[in-house]
Write a protein that binds this ligand. Structure first.
Ligand SMILES: [Zn+2]
Length: 433
């Protein structure tokens, strides 16, 4: 057993505990948590090392959840130009992603996973287009939910490409053994890279499998423009690539409002990026989501009251809808951040993603929080940590993670150099458990 204390413990599911102490067993399961005074310990005893308790300056929070990563792109670290916009990014990724040896790609994946573990990440929502990451995932070093991503840019290819995705899912399941779960879903890449036929295949599969889905959303202004007026840089880039953009309907509406009604039957949905999402879009999605959620998979109020639902309750709001932000990738590609005030105002469940090393300088949830804190210093630490832990764990369905509560096994991170309970560029982290 270990007893660990710090200036503050943030259990996330309850208020921060000043001079908190948490007791864990050898497996990292939480046995007890409270303030030191509840356990009859004084601060001077702690500071003078008169107890068996490990004592740290800083705050302790649960292990971080990275809800959006593309581990298979790790070899493209520092290979893609910064601030080239989404059209430039796609062009470079397509031309560069295959010019590397299998050994180099494999090593980059292994190194990137090690980086995430060192950075206190305990679970990852990871997007796969191929099986390059499966061997690493099969080692069980980190928990993953794999999102097998599909896109059908050229007409008449949907069935064939969906079959390929099913094959990848099967391949991933072959890695499973008794102790290792490698859950997976088949998901659309983005509103503008899947046909209606492909969405139908995804919807049907989601219904049959109770899938959680994710989709890239409103990562660029051009994505909105594509649906509003069928014009702009992204339209031109897709046109040049010979993509079947004729299937994209000009709606006069933003991308999310144009396409969300077409994505159905999921149990939970994660919208990723949301850099150019407006307050109107958020309100639209909140209204739309109940219509799209699978009746079979929908979680009822009664189950929540009984405590047996795997569900997120964001500030007492029940949700099947999550909004992932990847601020550093947004700065890397578009040099723009979402307006977080809109998400807070609408009381929706936000999660954190690092995106890939092709579009980020690191795979660190703390680095993402630093960026949010720098540009939105008014967002409280408790809110940032909720986004970085509990919300992501709830979305991915890893119920033992995300909160420091008796019986859970969340991993513990120490955040150092926190002044006035604010994350700054000087904040550092140490993985304790
Ligand atoms: Zn992504």
């Amino acid at each position: 057993m270990r007893a660990i204390s710090a200036d503050y413990i943030y259990p996330i599911s309850s208020d921060p505990i000043k001079n908190g102490v948490v007791f864990i067993d050898d497996e990292g399961t939480i046995l007890k948590i409270g303030s030191i005074s509840e356990f009859g310990i004084s601060i001077s005893e702690l500071e003078n090392n008169q107890t068996e308790i490990e004592y740290y300056k800083g705050i302790i929070c649960p292990g971080f959840i990275n809800t959006h990563c593309h581990l298979e792109l790790s070899h493209l670290h520092s290979q893609i130009s910064e601030k080239a916009g989404i059209a430039g990014f796609i062009k470079e990724i397509v031309s560069k992603r295959t010019n590397f040896s299998a050994a180099l790609i494999e090593q980059a994946i292994e190194d990137a996973e090690a980086e995430m573990i060192k950075n206190g990440i305990v679970a990852v929502g990871d997007v796969s287009n191929n099986l390059n990451t499966f061997k690493q995932k099969g080692k069980g070093n980190l928990l993953y939910h794999t999102f097998i991503e599909v896109f059908d840019l050229y007409a008449g290819k949907a069935d064939e490409l969906f079959e390929h995705a099913l094959g990848l899912k099967k391949n991933l399941q072959n890695f499973e053994n008794f102790n290792l779960k490698l859950p997976a879903s088949i998901v659309p890449h983005s509103p503008y890279t899947v046909s209606k036929k492909m969405l139908e295949l995804i919807n049907k599969h989601a219904l049959e499998n109770g899938d959680i889905l994710c989709v890239h959303n409103q990562e660029s202004a051009e994505e909105n423009q594509l649906f509003i007026s069928k014009s702009g840089l992204l339209y031109d880039a897709l046109n040049k690539m010979g993509v079947a953009i004729s299937s994209i309907e000009k709606t006069g509406l933003n991308s999310l409002q144009s396409t969300l009604p077409l994505l159905k039957n999921f149990s939970k949905l994660l919208l990723v990026h949301n850099t150019f999402t407006t307050l109107d879009d958020i309100r639209f999605a909140k209204k739309q989501i109940e219509k799209n959620t699978s009746k079979v998979n929908r979680i009822g109020i009664e189950e929540i009251k009984n405590g047996d639902a795997d569900i997120s309750i964001c500030r007492d709001q029940i949700s099947n809808l999550y909004w992932c932000t990847c601020p550093n990738a947004n700065l890397y590609i578009e040099n723009k951040l979402p307006n977080y005030n809109n998400f807070i105002k609408e009381n929706v469940c936000v999660t954190i993603g690092t995106d890939s090393l092709a579009s980020n300088w690191s795979l660190s949830v703390l680095d993402e929080l630093k960026t949010i804190s720098k540009y939105f210093p008014e967002i409280p630490l408790q809110t940032l940590l909720l986004w970085a832990t509990k919300n992501g764990a709830n979305y991915l369905g890893f119920r033992h993670l995300g909160v420091i509560e008796k019986g859970k096994k969340p991993g513990l991170n120490l955040l150092k150099n926190i002044s006035e309970l604010k994350i700054s560029m000087n904040t550092e982290m140490q993985k304790l458990v």
